[in-house]
Design a protein around this ligand. Structure first.
Ligand code: HXC
Length: 515
């Protein structure tokens, strides 16, 4: 018996050694942690339970039978984050460069299947040279099995990808289909074809970092949600995000549903400073983050994609200890206008919240959609429609607060009453109209354009009539005009009432969102 146990321990030690000390040192020299070190930071201490430690590749070509490393380049299993179950895989770059073989893929698929069965998030730590070259199509098949599961798991369990090393070629498409991607600065990159191929095909000279580094993807492309300084920051931030998320879309089973944590922040905390936040001049900006933080528990806000399309803010917070998703126009950036990038960013976020039963709070100060050929040729019609579509199909509790402008189509889109907003509030500073007074007067009183006095009079008249929330409130499109200082209390009470909201869309196989 003891000999058997000794053999098991020997094999375990061999698996834990990965690709050997030399390769582990090389990994550390690049500022990267090993797969197991990463898991020890990501998961609660002592909670990791490994499966598949003895799995070996089955490749018989290119001398591979002589090079067998147990575990085959990926560490898989489950553990807890603040006591809540998650499934994990961590690619081990010290073993064949973390390259994906048929068996390596099979291990990942196994934990994805388990996660879907029990209803728990999947977190992938990616650090891989891509398809295991020696295996050819067997590796491609393995990748595709993972892709298939990414899609089946989408909307069932949250999926989070941390990119902590290379991720190139078709390999990028697994993270791309997960809900959130975090990248580590300077040591991770994602691209479909690398700098050498780019140079050959298009003659462009570009570094790996410029082409697909963490900064590029968290600012320009929006492929990544966050860029973190190093492995440790990325892993700790992943823990924070998981704390906000339900474990699955099965609301009441296995710890599903929106997580709750005790909060000592009073639900009716008065924020007098909000009464004076809106500047007297309608063209002057203010920081919408201030509104968001003052409404949420303890001012804590987990922002998603802060570096991309900053004219809209999205992220998670809590009210009375329960997770909410926040979408807010940001007047500090491009006056809070809706453009292509902002629409796509917010639409994806709204759909995530709806899929996982997370109530949505929307703060509105939007002058409309951004005009111009760049936007029209870029398809603002199609991309703006994504946000409209996302809000319209969402059945989770939706509470909207208009702080200032809600003009034109953007009024309709931003979780308006007409899109089944449950509670639509406006501050007294709300301005709800088809467009701003100046533009409106120039169109409907074109004949007076030569007479500045008349135009000024008409503008004042238009402002009087529409630069307020009361016309909309008189029609029932705004449920109540509220004191800014009471916003948190109104939202908290609203969320309490809406906790058992039931609303279903008509049966369909799936919708056809304008992609
Ligand atoms: C097998 C691989 C490998 C791969 C790396 N290794 N990539 N083994 N298949 N794809 C091995 C190396 O042989 C080496 O083994 C070890 O991993 C570390 O690699 P290095 O090159 O020494 O590391 P580094 O200098 O840091 O460079 C990392 C790298 C480079 C940039 C990732 O290894 C590289 O370019 N690899 C090939 C990438 C690639 O073309 N992959 C296929 C892409 S197509 P030893 O024994 O020396 O330690 C693809 C399609 C997916 O992935 C499609 C899905 C549908």
């Amino acid at each position: 018996m003891s000999a058997n146990i000794a053999e098991m321990e020997r094999r375990r030690a061999a698996a834990r050694a990965g690709g050997g000390q030399k390769r582990i040192d090389a990994q550390h020299a690049k500022g990267k942690l090993t797969a197991r070190e990463r898991l020890s930071i990501l998961l609660d201490e002592g909670s990791f339970e490994e499966v598949g430690m003895y799995v070996e590749h089955n490749c018989v070509d290119f001398g591979m039978p002589d090079t067998v490393i147990p575990g085959d380049g990926v560490v898989t299993g489950s553990g807890t984050i603040n006591g809540r179950l998650v499934y994990v895989y961590a690619q081990d770059f010290t073993v064949f460069g973390g390259a994906v073989s048929e068996r390596h893929a099979m291990k990942i698929c196994k934990i994805m299947d388990a996660a879907m069965k029990v209803g728990a998030p999947v977190i992938g730590l990616n650090d891989s040279g891509g398809a295991r070259i020696q295996e050819g199509v067997a590796s491609l098949g393995g990748y595709t099995e993972i892709f298939q599961r990414n899609v089946l798991a989408s909307g069932v369990v949250p999926q989070l990808s941390l990119i902590m090393g290379p991720c190139a070629g078709g390999a990028v498409y697994s993270p791309a289909m997960t809900d959130f991607i975090f990248m580590v600065k300077d040591s991770s990159y994602m691209f479909v074809t690398g700098p050498d191929v780019v140079k050959t095909v298009t003659n462009e000279i570009v570094t790996q970092e410029e082409l697909g580094g963490a900064v590029t993807h968290s600012t320009k492309t929006s492929v990544a949600d966050l860029a973190l300084e190093n492995d440790i920051e990325a892993l700790l931030t992943a823990r924070d995000l998981i704390d906000y998320l339900p474990l699955s879309n099965r609301s009441f089973a296995h710890g599903g549903g929106v997580p709750e944590r005790p909060s000592s922040d009073p639900y009716d905390r008065i924020e007098e400073s909000l009464d004076t936040l809106i500047p007297a001049n309608a063209n002057q900006p203010y920081d919408m983050h201030e509104v968001v933080r003052k409404v949420l528990d303890e001012g804590e806000f987990f922002e998603i994609q802060p570096g991309h399309a900053a004219n809209i803010i999205v992220g998670f917070g809590r009210v009375e200890g329960r997770t909410v998703g926040v979408v807010a126009n940001q007047p500090m950036v491009l006056a809070g206008v809706l453009d292509i990038n902002a629409s796509k960013k917010a639409a994806r976020f709204v759909r995530f919240c709806d899929a996982f039963d997370i109530p949505i709070l929307t703060f509105v100060d939007v002058p409309g959609f951004l005009p111009g050929t760049a936007q029209e040729y870029g398809g603002i019609i199609k991309h703006g429609a994504k946000l409209l579509f996302a809000y319209a199909e969402a059945t989770v509790p939706k509470i909207t607060v208009i702080t200032r402008k809600a003009y034109g189509g953007a009024y309709c889109v931003m979780s308006s009453k007409h899109l089944r907003g449950d509670l639509n509030y406006s501050w007294p500073t709300g301005e709800i109209a088809v467009m701003g007074a100046k533009g409106a007067v120039e169109i409907i009183f074109r004949q007076d354009l030569g007479d500045p006095e008349k135009i000024a009079e008409r503008t004042a008249e238009y402002e009087d009539r529409f630069a307020n929330p009361f016309v909309a409130a008189s029609k029932g499109f705004i449920d109540e005009v509220i004191h800014p200082r009471n916003t948190r209390r109104r939202i908290a009470l609203g969320l309490r009432k809406l906790r058992n909201k039931q609303l279903a869309n008509p049966w369909k196989k799936h919708d056809n969102i304008p992609l």
